[in-house]
Design a protein around this ligand. Structure first.
Ligand code: ADP
Ligand code: MG
Length: 389
C-alpha cells in the first residue's frame, strides 16, 4: 500500500469538498450570481476576482458552479486566459463550449460577435462566462466581453453573467474609464493564505489523498511555514498550489523510496524542485525569446554564483544560447522590453549598479530572489525544447 491513496486529489481539476478560508468569497459570489443562475435574464451580474496566484480564485468559481449547476438555467463557459488570448480563439472557444457551429476565421471581430449574439438569442442560451486569468487579454478584448453583457437590445435579454479574474487592480486600471465603471464595484478579493490557513488546506488535502499515518502534522506545518504568508498583505507568499505541490512531491519521493512515511528531508528535497514566486503558467506564456533571455540570466547567475548579473553579460550569454538553439537573436531594444516585462511579472528584480561595484558606468543589474536556479533552468529548458520541437 503506497502513500498516495488517491492521485485525483492532487490533480489540477480537483475541487475539494470544502474550501477552508474561502467561505466569505464563495458567499459573496453566490450573492452576486446565485439568483441569476437560477432565473437569469433580468440583470447583468458581474464580478472581478483579484488575488495572487494560488489564492483559490479558480477553485472558488468552480465550487460556485458545482453548488448551483443542478438548479441553473444558464450554462458554464470557462475560458483559460493562458490558453486563449486573441479574440478569435476566445469567441471560438465560447462557441465550442456551447456546441454552436462557428467559422474559425474569415470574419471581422464585429461579425464574430454578432454571430455569437445571434446564436445566443435564437437558441435562448444564458451563459455564465468565466474569463480566468484575464490579465492575459489585451484591455480592448476584455472590454469587448465586459460590454457584451450590456447589449440587451441585441441579446433580447440579460443573457450573460461575467466573472473576470486577475492578479491585481492593474487589470481594472488598464480598462477605459467607462468599462471600468461597469466592473468597478463588484470586486472580490483573495488575500494570500497565511501559514495557519495553508496548514488547514494541506490537512484536508492529506486526509483526502494520502494513506493514514503516512504524514504527520509536523510535516504539514513545515510546508505551511515555507509557503504561507506572514500576513494577508504579504503577496510574495500564500500560494496554496505551491504548498499542495510540495506535499505531493514529498509523498511521491517517500513512496518511491519504499517508505511508509513522509520525512522532513522529503519536504526539503521537494521544495527545491518547485518554483516559488513564479507559476509555470506564467512562464509558458512568455514569448520564446523572452524565455531564452531569462534562461541566459539564470545560467549566468548559476555559473558566476553572484547575486547579480549585468544586463550586458546576460545579453552575451543570450546570444550564445540563441546559437545553441539555432535561433536568430533579437535586437538590444527588444531585450530591454523583455527585461521590463520579466520585472513586471515578478520573475526578476533589477536595479542600477552603485559606485565601486566593479563596473564602469551605469549598468542595470538583474537578480532572481525567489527561485531555485536549477529548477528554473530545468523548467525553462523543457519548455524551450518543446516549443522548438
Ligand atoms: P488561483 O486560481 O487563485 O491561482 P487555484 O484556485 O487554482 O488558485 O488554487 C490553487 C490550488 O490550491 C488548487 O489546487 C486549489 O484546489 C487549492 N486551493 C486553493 N484554495 C483552497 C482552499 N481554500 N481550500 C482547499 N484547496 C484550495
Ligand atoms: Mg486560477
Amino acid at each position: 500500500m503506497g502513500i498516495i491513496a488517491n492521485e485525483a486529489v492532487f490533480s489540477p481539476s480537483y475541487v475539494p469538498d470544502r474550501l477552508p478560508h474561502r467561505e466569505q468569497q464563495l458567499q459573496q459570489l453566490d450573492t452576486l450570481f446565485g439568483g441569476w443562475l437560477r432565473s437569469p435574464g433580468n440583470h447583468y451580474p458581474r464580478a472581478t476576482l483579484l488575488g495572487r496566484p494560488g489564492t483559490g480564485k479558480t477553485v472558488t468559481l468552480r465550487k460556485l458552479w458545482e453548488l448551483r449547476r443542478g438548479e441553473a438555467a444558464a450554462r458554464f463557459v470557462y475560458i483559460n486566459g493562458f490558453l486563449f488570448r486573441n479574440f478569435t480563439t476566445i469567441v471560438g472557444e465560447i462557441a465550442k463550449s456551447l456546441n454552436i457551429p462557428f467559422p474559425r476565421r474569415g470574419l471581422s471581430r464585429d461579425e464574430f460577435l454578432a454571430l455569437l449574439v445571434e446564436h445566443l438569442r435564437e437558441r435562448d442560451i444564458y451563459v455564465f462566462l468565466v474569463l480566468d486569468d484575464a490579465f492575459n487579454f489585451a484591455p480592448d478584448i476584455l472590454s469587448t466581453f465586459i460590454r457584451l453583457g450590456q447589449e440587451t437590445d441585441k441579446l433580447g435579454s440579460f443573457r450573460i453573467a461575467l466573472a473576470a479574474v486577475g492578479h491585481s487592480d492593474t487589470i481594472l486600471n488598464n480598462l477605459d474609464p467607462s468599462t471600468r465603471g461597469i466592473m468597478g464595484k463588484y470586486v472580490v478579493r483573495f488575500t494570500p493564505y497565511t501559514k495557519d490557513q495553508i496548514f488547514d488546506i494541506l490537512l484536508e488535502r492529506a486526509r483526502a489523498g494520502l494513506a493514514d499515518g503516512s504524514y504527520s502534522e509536523e510535516i504539514l506545518q513545515m510546508i505551511a511555514d515555507i509557503t504561507g504568508a506572514q500576513s494577508p498583505l504579504d503577496t510574495n507568499r500564500g500560494d496554496a498550489r505551491l504548498a499542495i505541490d510540495i506535499l505531493y512531491r514529498a509523498a511521491h519521493l517517500a513512496q518511491q523510496s519504499g517508505r511508509r512515511q513522509i520525512t522532513p528531508e522529503d519536504v526539503r528535497r521537494s521544495s527545491k524542485e518547485v518554483l516559488f514566486g513564479v507559476s509555470e503558467e506564467v512562464l509558458v506564456g512568455l514569448p520564446l525569446h523572452e524565455k531564452l533571455f531569462l534562461l541566459a540570466v539564470v545560467r549566468t547567475l548559476k555559473t558566476t554564483r553572484a547575486p547579480y548579473v549585468s544586463f550586458g553579460d546576460a545579453e552575451e550569454v543570450y546570444k550564445m544560447i540563441c546559437e545553441e538553439y539555432g535561433e536568430k537573436p533579437r535586437v538590444h531594444s527588444q531585450l530591454w522590453t523583455y527585461l521590463g516585462d520579466l520585472r513586471e511579472r515578478g520573475i526578476i528584480e533589477t536595479r542600477q549598479n552603485k559606485k565601486g561595484e566593479g563596473m564602469r558606468g551605469r549598468t542595470t543589474l538583474i537578480s532572481i530572489g525567489t527561485e531555485p536556479l536549477d529548477t528554473l533552468e530545468a523548467v525553462l529548458t523543457k519548455m524551450i525544447n518543446e516549443e522548438l520541437k
